[in-house]
Design a protein around this ligand. Sequence first.
Ligand SMILES: [Zn+2]
Length: 151
Amino acid sequence: ARSKKNETKSSNYFKQMRKVNRIYRKIANQRLDSLHKKSTEIANQYDIVCVEDLDMKAIGNKGFGNGKATFDNGYGMFLNMLDYKLKERGKYFVKVDKWYPSSQICHCCGSVKKLDLKDRVYTCDCGYTGDRDHNAAINILTEGLRILQSL
Ligand SMILES: [Zn+2]
């Protein structure tokens, strides 16, 4: 009787697992779909896209606030889609080295300073103040264009 009970338990467990897997696959497919849509949109709209080549493993493990989510969201997959879709259209996809200090450079005057992860605003002695990510994005674009011209 005992082994029968265990059997039931385990078969329920596997049933449950299959259900979970099915749901997970569904979510993964929806996500894939939205990654495809977004990357196609960007590839149609822009001739050059410069991105930061983030170290996915480091992010996954390091506990950036949203690290795990970024990892799960398939940022790497998204970059691959962007890459081939831009190239398909004869456009450019440039990866900026992950060690390039995009968030530490003032895009106005070029001076460099350390920011904490919690600092959302970049304030520079030159008078520039702006959103951290926006400043970093401009630097990534500038560096990407420099790389592109040196090819
Ligand atoms: Zn500055």
